[in-house]
Design a protein. Structure first.
Length: 113
């Protein structure tokens, strides 16, 4: 994705973070949920994550949670997850380029459009 477009979309994500905080302060949880979905959609587009990749990640996490419930009574590896081989295939781009941490924002720039 071109850098200018990425920067603009990251700016929208940052603004959505602010809006989410505002609507949550007014106890508008459903609206906050909708804004979080819009934020996720933008982040997926910025980092070129497909719906299939997100679905695979969600399924892997669900399997891990189900396994941790079963492993809690049968040992486990101390992390709450059972020992297993990963079957999740992710794109080959560096992980650092694909992860957005909550609260991190690109530097603000004053541009006139």
């Amino acid at each position: 994705m071109p850098m200018d477009r990425t920067e603009r979309l990251n700016g929208i994500v940052a603004a959505l973070n602010d809006y989410i905080e505002v609507v949550r302060a007014y106890d508008l949880d459903e609206t906050a949920g909708l804004l979080r979905m819009a934020k996720l959609d933008l982040q997926m587009r910025i980092h070129d994550i497909s719906d299939e990749e997100l679905q695979a990640l969600c399924e892997a996490l669900e399997r891990g949670q189900a396994a941790s419930g079963a492993a809690a009574g049968c040992g486990g590896n101390g992390t709450g997850l059972a020992h297993s081989h990963a079957s999740l295939v992710l794109p080959a781009t560096p992980a650092a380029d694909r992860i957005l941490l909550e609260g991190t924002r690109p530097p603000k720039r004053c541009k006139r459009m």
